[in-house]
Write a protein that binds this ligand. Structure first.
Ligand code: IPE
Ligand code: IPE
Ligand code: MG
Length: 246
């Protein structure tokens, strides 16, 4: 389905981040095992990536696996990692066709070896694409990211590469996984949960939130466009008064 003509292509967020939630409940509703929900969620990833690119979004970040998700049953973790490997290698062609560049944030070194190499290959093979950047958050959590940034920053202070007196938001940003990515203007969470689950805590300081009851495997590009339309009707004040914005 092409983008509808009534869609307002002005004021589209540069960066949208999505907490893709509800795969397990979707599978349960369909009388299937949880893994079936994860597999079905890949269709949504495809549709939403396409829809975001069509809307003119520059960065789309998808929360695919959190630091805390390592605590799930081993069989589910293994299945998710395998799904990741097969999806990444299968989808590289489509990414190139759509001029999408792949990137990843998180503790990537903690992923299984084959997962890391598929990811590196896909990132390399799509690196010259100039359209949207699709960022996968893998083994990611915000507290992990912030602590890693602080450790690295302290090292630089110790070695004399960084003068502690110059530390400010811009400098700190450069120590985060998202250093070359603007903050998300819009964060979407599916499946009716209203929490952030350790996602982009620093970067979400002024993000707009959009919650929907739709379970991730049922979410499609049309739902993304609805979220963007909702975003366009909000007044982002950044601490100022409404009158100051006029
Ligand atoms: C989101 O769906 C996918 C991951 C967190 C990997 P869930 O697996 O969390 O699905 P629910 O929340 O149990 O329905
Ligand atoms: C958040 O979903 C993480 C991802 C979507 C990858 P969870 O299902 O893990 O979150 P909680 O545990 O319900 O907060
Ligand atoms: Mg969940």
């Amino acid at each position: 389905m092409p983008i509808p003509s009534h869609f307002n292509s002005e004021n589209v967020p540069q960066h949208i981040a999505i907490i893709m939630d509800g795969n397990g409940r979707w599978a349960k509703q369909n009388g299937k095992a949880r893994v079936f929900g994860h597999k079905s969620g890949v269709k949504s990833v495809r549709s939403v990536s396409e829809g975001a690119a069509e809307a003119g979004v520059k960065y789309l970040t998808l929360y695919a696996f959190s630091t805390e998700n390592w605590n799930r049953p081993k069989a589910e973790v293994t299945a998710l990692m395998q799904l990741l490997v097969s999806t990444i290698s299968r989808e590289t062609k489509t990414l190139n066709k759509n001029n999408i560049r792949l990137a990843a944030i998180g503790d990537l070194g903690s992923l299984p070896r084959n997962c890391q190499s598929e990811l590196e290959k896909a990132i390399e093979n799509t690196s010259s694409n100039t359209g949207m950047t699709l960022v996968l958050a893998l083994s990611y959590s915000s507290r992990w990211e912030i602590l890693a940034a602080i450790k690295s920053l302290l090292n630089d202070v110790k070695s004399g590469t960084l003068d502690a007196a110059t530390l400010n938001e811009t400098v700190f940003n450069n120590y985060l996984c998202t250093k070359n990515i603007p903050d998300p203007e819009l964060i979407i969470r599916t499946s009716g949960e209203h929490r952030i689950s350790n996602f982009l805590l620093w970067q979400a300081a002024y993000s707009e939130f959009y919650f929907t009851d739709i379970l991730w495997p049922d979410f499609r590009k049309e739902n993304l466009w609805d979220a963007v339309t909702d975003f366009q009707n909000r007044e982002r004040r950044f601490g100022k008064t409404s009158e100051q914005l006029k």
